[in-house]
Ligand binder design. Structure first.
Ligand code: MOS
Length: 735
């Protein structure tokens, strides 16, 4: 593997190549696609959370203007379930097919899909569908309301944490909880389904983080050869995990298109987007820590329960980061799962670990207080300079640099550790900090690069850009290796007809896609060189290896010839290169993680009961940031999301009947501009060449880990109130 040591484009701040199209509205999001003769679907949701659908009264809705069909349990094709296999690429978010039986498992579950000539007609008729239910009053209301433990689905242990805990000098034992949260992507879920050639071919536009997964799942569900199913997702208004895998609205829409013989588009209204397309499940975690007087950690117990629905088993593994977080000989984690009458949860940005790190990093802060140690010093005292879980060296770990650098920029040393001792005017100032970490993974990827006679280049890969800047980093990669400016590189993504690309998930896209694009670029350059050294060509008689590539030209000795000129002499429209890349054996030799540190200042004004985050200083170690402009943007977005998690966001379910109370943007509180603090993000630059030639590990999720605990720790410092339940509400501080 050739390391790219002094790149000129990769690693440099690069404005998004799709920025202008997005700004001017030229970028086609799924909702922007219109098909001839297109109908609109509008789902009807159950108004109970637990019971049976006894009857649907459809006469009124059917008589409404423009209504073409209404799909429901008794009027729906027999379809197959998707095998739901991650390995075989047909995972779905909810295995149960729409309208599969008459049971109601959660509030909002689809009971019908109205199909009409216009969106307004479909919506109007949907509100006229009447349902009669047999309501059952023993709904499972949710983990936080019930306090039930659930069944064990996973555990880890090393050493003897029980004995270590029993004999330790200082211990901490507390329970932390996190409310369910909604992803709230700016763009709700949308599906446009078109059958062509007499039901021989299916074309689906979907706002998805994984076009290939949706294609494969649709092929299984509709019993189609995968080659005849195409899924397209050119622009996505973010996903955060709830667009990783297909939801039932897409299946219902594809079925509706087949039943009506016309294209059908379904745009989920915000309420259904929140009820029916997943959420971060609520979790409850007990952390037990034991330490020596000098701060050496002796034991960590991390017991978690997360919720799932009654129809799927989504595990939000909270303890994932714990075994490798600290240098501690005795560690045990246990994950439990509790099925409740809520919609099926799904991954949400740094799934599981972001919840687990909240509990662990709050507990570390509480332990530091008991030890009368600075929480930063306690973290450095127990620094894991190799991975204690896998007993392997880290590929590159600069957490200590992150902690020290962020502390310095924040002014941590000036902190008066006494509770409520720092004041300014009416406000009490609190300082808090926490570590951040997220795994670094890679997947298999293929790509194609074309060098074209008009002087432009094309890079193509089936992965999609969910708003994180994938178009731009692909162009940067090609630019880096060819010397052609980013502006002359076209990038095509988000189609299953393109070379197989990965899911946009797990912060793995950058590290996965770039090596494949680089391989394809080199292959295309080789193809061009073959042409260039051929008889009658510019470099006839030269050896391929003697040709250098610089600024869009081939060079040998004094001779220089532009790509387009070489192609023109042979009347070639283009040459093309293929490339693929996959992780190798490096995972057996090293552990790969990204790291970070967040320092937070909160201000509590007791006179008017106002709590706000005033300042966040973060240092992030993700190897090399391929595009620091977009990378910083990811961390800033994650910090915003973390403020929501810490102070505002909570999906509320009625404890009596498990109905979702606040599935709308008026009642579900999220940070707005007025909530935003001063944010200072530093991206360290320690390229991780053990991971890939670009040294890049990925950045989408790590920024969210550690924000909520840093806030909670700061709130304690300001108020003396240790709030272990997220979100931290004003009410909790008034108690
Ligand atoms: Mo992320 S939760 O893998 O979209």
């Amino acid at each position: 593997m050739s390391e790219i040591n002094d790149p000129t484009v990769v690693g440099h701040r690069t404005p998004r190549i799709d920025g202008e199209d997005k700004l001017t509205g030229r970028a086609t999001y799924t909702v922007d696609w219109h098909a001839t003769g297109m109908l609109y679907g509008y789902p009807v949701s159950a108004t109970i959370a637990h019971g049976t659908l006894e009857a649907l009264e459809l006469d009124e809705a059917r008589a409404m203007p423009g209504v073409v069909d209404i799909l429901h349990h008794r009027h729906f094709p027999r379809l197959h379930r998707s095998p739901n296999s991650m390995k075989h690429g047909d995972q779905v978010s909810e295995v149960r097919l729409p309208f599969e039986d008459e049971r109601i498992y959660y509030h909002g579950q689809y009971i019908a899909l109205v199909v009409a000539e216009t969106f307004e007609q479909a919506r109007a008729a949907a509100f006229c569908v009447r349902a009669r239910y047999r309501h059952e009053d023993d709904a499972k209301p949710g983990l936080l309301a019930s306090g039930a433990e659930g069944e064990t689905v996973g555990h880890y242990s090393r050493g003897d944490p029980d004995t270590a805990f029993a004999s330790a000098e200082v211990t901490h034992d507390a329970t932390y909880s996190i409310a369910a949260e909604s992803h709230v992507p700016l763009e709700p879920h949308v599906t446009l389904a078109q059958w062509r050639d007499g039901e021989q071919r299916l074309i689906v536009h979907e706002s998805t983080q994984g076009v290939f997964y949706e294609r494969n799942a649709l092929a299984r569900i509709f019993d189609m050869p995968v080659e005849r199913v195409e899924v397209i997702s050119h622009y996505i208004g973010s996903g955060f995990g709830n667009k990783l895998f297909m939801w039932p609205h897409a299946v219902a829409t594809v079925a509706a298109a087949r039943m009506t013989g016309r294209p059908v588009k379904t745009v989920l209204p915000r309420q259904q987007d929140m009820m029916n397309t997943g959420h971060r499940p609520a979790s409850c975690q007990r952390i037990r820590l034991a330490a020596e007087r000098d701060g050496q950690l002796m034991a960590i117990h991390h017991d978690s329960t997360s919720e799932t629905s009654l129809i799927d088993r989504h595990v939000d593994g909270c303890g994932g980061a714990t075994p490798s977080a600290y240098d501690c000989a005795n560690v045990a984690t246990r994950q439990r799962l509790l099925a409740v009458n809520h919609g099926t949860p799904c991954p949400m940005r740094a799934p599981g670990e972001v919840s687990g790190i909240f509990a662990l990093e709050c507990a570390i802060d509480e332990l530091a207080l008991k030890l009368d140690m600075d929480p930063l010093a306690l973290r450095l005292r127990n620094y894991a300079d190799h991975d204690p879980q896998r007993d392997l060296p880290w590929s590159s770990k600069q957490l200590d640099v992150c902690l020290k650098s962020a502390a310095e920029r924040f002014g941590w040393a000036a902190r008066d550790s006494r509770i409520g001792a720092m004041r300014e005017g009416d406000e009490i100032i609190g300082y808090g900090m926490a570590s951040a970490t997220w795994f670094a993974g890679r997947q298999h990827c293929e790509a194609r690069v074309e060098i074209r006679a008009d002087g432009s280049l094309l890079a193509a890969c089936g992965t999609q850009d969910i708003g994180t800047g994938t178009y731009t980093i692909v162009a940067q990669t090609v630019a880096e290796l060819t010397g052609v400016p980013v502006a002359s590189i076209d990038v095509r993504l988000g189609e299953t007809s393109l070379p197989a690309g990965p899911l946009s998930g797990g912060s793995m896209t950058t590290a996965t896609v770039l090596p494949a694009v680089a391989a394809a670029t080199r292959d295309a350059l080789d193809a061009l060189k073959e042409v260039a050294i051929g008889p009658g060509s510019h470099f006839a008689g030269y050896k391929r290896a003697s040709l250098e590539v610089k600024e869009g030209a081939l060079i040998a000795e004094e001779k220089r010839c532009g790509f387009a000129e070489i192609l023109a002499r042979h009347r070639l429209g283009s040459v093309s290169g293929q490339g693929s890349a996959a992780p190798g054996g490096e995972r057996r030799e090293y552990s790969f993680r990204s790291f970070g540190a967040h320092f937070v200042e909160v201000r509590w004004d007791p006179g008017i009961s106002r709590l706000r985050v005033a300042r966040v200083v973060s240092s992030i170690d993700v190897g090399r940031a391929v595009n620091p402009l977009a990378a910083r943007n990811q961390v800033e977005g994650a910090i915003t999301m973390g403020i929501g998690m810490g102070l505002l966001e909570r999906l509320e379910y009625d404890p009596r009947d498990a109905r979702m109370i606040n599935a709308n943007l008026a009642d579900y509180r999220m940070p707005v501009h007025a909530d935003m603090p001063e944010v200072d993000v530093e991206l360290l630059d320690y390229p991780d060449f053990r991971f890939n030639e670009f040294g890049a590990r990925g950045i989408g999720e790590i920024g969210l880990t550690g924000i909520a605990p840093a806030i909670a720790n700061a709130v304690y410092h300001a108020t003396g109130k240790r709030i272990r339940d997220l979100p931290i509400t004003i009410e909790a501080l008034l108690d």
